[in-house]
Design a protein around this ligand. Structure first.
Ligand code: ATP
Ligand code: MG
Length: 605
């Protein structure tokens, strides 16, 4: 393609709203334009990148035996009510755009497609003979994200590859999950991404095993904790670790002591020579359900630990399953308590804060659900708030308190914690961008949506399901986040908008033009994806743009064209190689071939 036909519009200045490098370069390079918050136009250059990413995904998905289809974005509320997710996705997280049609029927724009595909599978699949089967699509998804940001990273309209598999038994699901795991590894490495596979929380989708694929990048929104020995890596949302042992605190007798103005663990420890691991921390939340009053929750942690709200939500969801869907968990800090008309001694709360402390608060159940993290529950003696302003208490043991708790793991694992599999290894933190997620869903959706099949023995059972997502548009931007410098993008060859750019230094020169045209024809005929920069611009502008666009190889046809000489340069290298134009194909084609197969080019080229 010729640059004069590409309507290339590059910008000198980054857009004001772009906080991270990949977002800046994609806008400046003319790859994307913002239409409204979290909604972007993919311009022709970006579309070429996305089509290449999609082609790699298609090849690998087809390779697993999955069948491509396309499901509707517009989905009836009724399906989501049957799976029990309408309330969570609309009233709860509010992530699903929803609307009423002219007949007053409720519809949602698909944030994901479990409901639709399970209904289709229930219709198509009757017998064990039709199993296993797997479907996938490349499609636009809609999510009304609370904080759309970072360009394509967190959009409200974005492209996803989602696949769903159906099996006659759990073992078959596990086996296909491993096949998908392998295909995912190949997809990301073929796209030139450095990705970590990590254990993940299954979130609102539900299910058993799940794994995320994290593109390693400082700008990533997720925190991954991993062990140096390569045996453990997990999203912090679900990571487990061995807590550091507490500093022992011998407490002989139950005793109150004055802590004037010492409303934080830090202040109490500082004033009384305590270690935070000798104290308890009490947090209050309210759990909101679609129906009925909210549930107050009192959580106790060891003073040196932080709560992991994802774990806490999971614990509450199963503990309070009979109350319906847990829509949200909100922290009750001093302001929130005030808004409820409650005056509690915040900063001095103890685990035995009595239920009557929350009496009379509107729309709040009359008693706490009490959760204690295992590290706090295991303390022999501890210091905690006395439920009176400016007072704390030394407690010889839990039996001194007249309350009962549900014991659970609700603490956040931290970098520096020791690993569960080997206490000599500690966890380190890496930031990542979640580019893919695979789940073993089990039978949650097939049961709710009655996707049953007839077994070999003649019985009827719900199918076993897996689901597998890739954020296609996010992946493309993640590739830029991992591959850029201060001049612009360095696309991995496999997904670059063009493999080679030919820059004509001076388009007025007949010899330069002719030589460039000749090479353009030859490279094109050899199957190379080549851009000819034939714009009537100064050489400097063209070189700057070539760096900005990040095309992996550049051929410069300049002054030496008269002698039949050209320059060949890789975007990632500073050195250019001068050669006779007749040598170009012989040099370049084998390198492109290597790179298309995911290898690096040979040295010295
Ligand atoms: P996140 O935790 O980042 O919100 P998720 O867990 O909600 O993602 P999934 O439901 O697993 O995401 O969706 C599958 C894939 O779609 C994700 O792995 C991610 O790559 C991509 N994705 C999810 N939300 C967005 C978004 N708002 N914009 C772009 N891509 C997204
Ligand atoms: Mg996810």
């Amino acid at each position: 393609m010729r640059a004069t036909e590409l309507h290339l519009v590059t910008l000198r200045q980054p857009p004001a709203e772009a906080d991270i490098a990949s977002h800046r370069w994609l806008v400046r390079g003319g790859f994307i334009r913002r239409v409204t918050a979290g909604v972007y136009a993919y311009l022709p250059l970006m579309w070429r990148v996305l089509r290449k990413v999609e082609a790699i995904i298609r090849e690998e998905m087809d390779g697993t035996g999955a069948l491509e289809l396309r499901l509707p974005a517009l989905q009836p509320a009724e399906l989501w009510r049957r799976s029990g997710r309408w309330d969570t996705y609309t009233a709860g997280e509010g992530i699903m755009f929803n609307l009423r049609d002219r007949q007053g029927r409720e519809l949602g724009l698909g944030p994901t497609h479990e409901e639709v595909i399970t209904t289709i599978a229930a219709d198509l699949i009757r017998s064990y003979r039709q199993l296993p089967v797997s479907f996938y699509q490349l499609q636009t998804k809609f999510r009304d994200e609370i904080r759309p940001r970072f360009g394509l990273m967190r959009g409200r309209e974005f492209i996803m590859k989602d696949a769903y598999s159906f099996h006659g038994n759990e073992e078959d699901l596990r086996c296909y999950y491993r096949i998908m795991d392998g295909a995912y590894g190949r997809i990301f490495s073929r796209c030139g991404l450095k990705v970590l596979a990590v254990q993940a929380d299954s979130g609102a989708i539900g299910g058993a095993a799940s794994q995320e694929f994290m593109a390693v990048a400082e700008a990533g929104e997720d925190l991954v904790l991993s062990s140096g020995d390569g045996r453990y890596a997990a999203n912090q949302e679900r990571a487990q670790s061995l807590p550091s042992p507490p500093v022992p605190l011998g407490v002989a007798e139950d005793r109150l002591f004055a802590t004037p103005g010492q409303a934080s663990i830090e202040a109490v420890c500082g004033a009384h020579g305590l270690n935070p691991s000798q104290t308890l921390k009490v947090l209050l939340h309210r759990a909101c359900f679609a129906h009925g009053p909210h549930q107050p929750v009192l959580t106790v942690l060891r003073g040196d630990q932080e709560v992991n709200t994802v774990k806490l939500i999971n614990v509450l969801s199963s503990l309070l399953a009979d109350r319906g869907t847990l829509l949200a968990l909100e922290r009750l800090d001093a302001d929130a308590l005030n808004n409820h008309g409650l005056q509690l001694p915040v900063g001095f709360l103890g685990p035995d804060l009595p239920d009557h402390a929350i009496e009379g608060a509107p729309n709040l159940m009359g008693s706490f659900v009490r959760i204690v993290d295992a590290t706090a529950a295991d303390l022999a003696g501890f210091v905690c708030g006395a439920n009176v302003v400016d007072q704390h208490r030394r407690v010889p043991g839990w039996s001194a308190l007249d309350v009962s708790f549900t014991r659970a793991d609700v603490r956040a694992a931290q970098p520096g914690d020791r690993c569960c599999h080997d206490p000599h290894v500690v966890l380190t933190a890496t930031r990542g961008i979640e580019v893919g997620h695979i789940f073993q869903l089990g039978r949650k959706y097939s049961t709710a949506l009655e996707a049953n099949f007839t077994t070999e023995g003649g019985g009827s059972e719900p199918m076993w399901m897996g689901c597998y997502g890739i954020g296609v548009s996010r992946l493309a931007q993640a590739a830029v986040e991992q591959n850029h410098d201060d001049k612009g993008i360095l696309w991995p060859l496999s997904i670059a908008p063009f493999e080679v750019v030919i820059s004509v230094a001076n388009g007025q020169e007949q010899e330069q033009r002719q030589l460039a045209e000749g090479l353009y024809g030859e490279l094109g005929a050899a199957g190379v994806d080549v851009l000819l920069d034939d714009r009537p611009e100064r050489a400097g502008v063209k070189f700057k743009d070539a760096d900005l666009l990040g095309i992996p190889w550049r051929v410069v046809v300049g002054r030496d064209a008269a002698k039949g000489q050209i320059e060949l340069k890789q975007r990632s290298k500073s050195q250019a190689l001068t050669m006779a134009s007749s040598q170009l194909l012989g040099k370049l084609l084998p390198q492109l071939q290597r790179q298309r197969q995911g290898m690096v080019p040979e040295e010295g080229v």
